[in-house]
Write a protein that binds this ligand. Structure first.
Ligand code: ZN
Length: 189
């Protein structure tokens, strides 16, 4: 059975059996917290358990590497919505060891695209129009530095209020151990 069919078959039973009932809550984070983290598969269940958050406690924003690629991109916009519209009072950026974004080789990724049929012409056209694909596909060298950098970007963002603590942590994707990188209570502007 194709994956999509498996999902739909499961879903029908999930709803019929009212398995959703134990997850019922509302859109406002009870712990008044928004977390920015990585899409890594090991963190899907581990991160909430390690942070002791469950459905209804927190807003979680995820992407590859828990990084902010643009000061007015969708990550910052999500944090702004969480803070101003949904009542989040604190932000935690959680990077992790062994992150896929820490070993990114833009040239390798571009070659994989070419193997899948993306033409040189398309890549050249994008680069000629001012999109630096190499820079865009580049990850980070050190997760601790990356977390500190992203905390700083949020903290210094002109649209983020100064009284919101912005914390930074790195999680071990094997054990769930959290190392504190930035204590946001100490860096309020
Ligand atoms: Zn990652």
């Amino acid at each position: 059975m194709a994956l999509l069919d498996q999902i739909l078959e499961h879903n029908q039973k999930f709803v019929e059996n009212k398995e959703y009932e134990k997850y019922r809550t509302d859109k406002f984070p009870q712990k008044k917290l928004v977390v920015l983290s990585c899409m890594d598969t090991r963190l899907v269940e581990l991160l909430p358990k390690a942070l002791n958050v469950k459905n209804g406690d927190v807003k979680i924003v995820k992407n590859a590497g828990a990084v902010i690629a643009h000061p007015f991109g969708s990550i910052i916009r999500s944090l702004i919505v969480a803070v101003y519209e949904l009542g989040a009072d604190e932000v935690i950026v959680v990077g992790h060891h062994d992150c896929g974004m820490s070993g990114m080789d833009p040239e390798r990724t571009l070659n994989k695209m070419k193997e899948r049929g993306i033409t040189d012409e398309v890549i050249q056209t994008l680069e000629n129009s001012g999109t630096d694909l190499h820079k865009w596909l580049e990850g980070f060298k050190d997760v601790t530095e990356s977390v500190a950098h992203n905390v700083s970007l949020i903290k210094n963002h002109p649209l983020i209020a100064g009284d919101i603590p912005i914390h930074g942590m790195v999680i071990d994707p094997a054990t769930g151990k959290l190392d504190l990188i930035v204590n946001g209570y100490e860096n309020q502007k």
